[in-house]
Design a protein around this ligand. Structure first.
Ligand SMILES: Cc1ncc(COP(=O)(O)O)c(C=O)c1O
Length: 463
């Protein structure tokens, strides 16, 4: 077993807990919903929420739990049980739960004023300046509220700028919840390209027919589709790491090249990877410059804020002074530029800008995957532990997936079975879904995670 005594926390002289920093009682003593039992809360949820859910995840009865609070890398359920969190608010909580400086910034701004709709606020301007400095492709940014909203606006801007209707996306890519985004995102089998399939009832056929779909990492197919449809294509939209599938070397550069050849806009969806793979996001990691990139999660600081970044000539089509003129692209939202979320984001970026933060976080993911792989091999479990930066997952396949067909061909039943057993060992993950490491995962987390994995592997082989 390797030396687990190494600390993954940033070792600064800052107060070690939110409580020390804010001088407030620890979560265990704070009032919470613990007056109601888990059973009582489920009874209410079953009555008032569809499928007792907050979205598309529906967990089996033995692993569905109700959580009350989180701190650092840990979360607690209503009964007081503790979990190591590898969901991290779907990637938004890169500094873990309730990081002292993020909490302080949001709290301070809430007291100064929670929102000033219709006019600028000082914090949103300062954050915008910082995002333009720090996001490699950004000459301007335009605010939105969620990642989905950012991708929808980016598509609208591309259509307005080029005067073309279609957007090309990759099979299996997730760009949010709107009608244009959920096309061929959850296919049950590889599709008949470039035709996309609707992922939800209620999506208009007309919306689906404006999307073209191509297998990820397949440059031949991409060139073929673009050669045939380029006069209709406004943008190629790509995730730089599509779920757990990394872009193969040269893939994103080739998209850039194709876009330049045909005057198509290249939009990189950095909702997950922005300020996550490294401070410069995937644009820096893969050394590629898109025309636009979409940002949320870390941009938002865990609050309601996102943005489209990129070329000034494209983003400026949303300038309200252009109303009524050719190309004017409508952007509007109650919480756009929300100062509380902007203050939280600034605090988060301050932390992320400190030396060594990404090296430690990505190093943790590397150690975690290497040690996980050793245990999987020892237990003869035919799976691989893979990561790109701090994004990681255990996959029941024998090589890094290249596209959605590889993912579909993997043993997803086995993957969910192991993930479910891991949840029972106190790890908060979503079965079958990519996980996140945060900057505050510790050597103790690593040790406990591996101990839990060892037990889960034994259980896996027993049943
Ligand atoms: C790559 C990507 N784009 C867009 C989105 C949508 O973001 P949101 O859930 O904030 O609407 C997500 C969400 O997970 C995402 O992973």
């Amino acid at each position: 077993m390797k030396d687990l005594s190494r600390s993954y926390t940033n070792g600064s002289e800052q107060p070690s807990t939110k409580q020390e920093f804010l001088n407030v009682p620890s979560p265990a003593t704070q009032p919470s919903s613990d007056k109601l039992s888990q059973r009582e809360l489920f009874e209410i949820a079953d009555r008032v929420l569809p499928g007792s859910g907050l979205g598309s995840y529906s967990l089996a009865d033995d692993i569905r739990l109700i959580y009350t609070h989180g701190e650092g890398s840990r979360m607690w359920d209503v009964d007081g049980n503790e979990y190591i969190d590898y969901v991290g608010g779907a990637g938004a909580l890169i500094l873990g739960h309730s990081h002292p400086s993020v909490v302080k910034a949001a709290q301070t701004q809430f007291e100064r004023g929670a929102h000033m709709f219709g006019s600028l606020n000082d914090v949103a301007i300062q954050l915008a300046e910082r995002l333009v400095e720090d996001i490699p492709c950004a000459e301007r940014i335009a605010y939105a509220t969620t990642g989905s909203e950012a991708t929808a606006y980016a598509m609208r801007l591309a259509r307005a700028f080029t005067g073309r209707n279609k957007i090309l996306k990759f099979e299996g890519a997730y760009h949010g919840n709107h009608d244009y985004a959920i096309v061929s995102t959850f296919p049950k089998e590889p599709g008949s390209y470039p035709q996309g399939t609707a992922d939800s009832y209620g999506q208009p056929d007309a919306t689906v027919s404006t999307m073209l779909v191509c297998p990820y990492n397949d440059l031949n197919k991409l060139r073929e589709i673009v050669a045939e449809h380029h006069s209709d294509v406004a943008a190629i939209f790509a995730e730089p790491v599509q779920r757990i599938i990394p872009a193969q070397p040269g893939f994103l550069q080739e998209i850039r090249q194709i876009c330049d050849e045909y005057d198509i806009l290249f939009i990189l969806d950095e909702v997950v990877t922005g300020f996550r793979l490294g401070y410069g996001g995937a644009q820096q990691w893969f050394d590629v410059k898109p025309d636009l990139s979409t940002h949320g999660k870390v941009v938002g600081g865990g609050g309601p804020l996102s943005c489209v970044a990129g070329r000034a000539d494209v983003i400026s089509l949303s300038d309200p002074k252009l109303k009524g003129q050719q190309g004017y692209t409508y952007f509007n939202g109650t919480l756009h530029g929300n100062p509380v979320a902007a203050a939280a984001t600034m605090a988060m970026l301050d932390e992320l800008g400190k030396p060594g933060v990404y090296e430690r976080m990505n190093g943790f993911a590397d150690d975690l995957c290497k040690e996980t792989q050793k245990l999987l091999d020892q237990h003869n479990i035919p799976a691989i532990a893979e990561h790109t930066g701090s994004l990681w997952q255990i996959l029941f396949m024998d090589k890094t997936p290249c596209n959605q067909a590889d993912v579909l061909a993997s043993d997803q039943v086995a993957m969910r079975k192991l993930d479910t057993l891991l949840m029972k060992q106190g790890q908060y993950i979503l079965p079958g879904v990519r996980r996140f490491v945060s900057t505050v995962h510790t050597a103790r987390d690593l040790e406990e995670t591996l101990r839990g994995l060892d037990i889960a592997c034994r259980e896996f082989n027993r049943f």
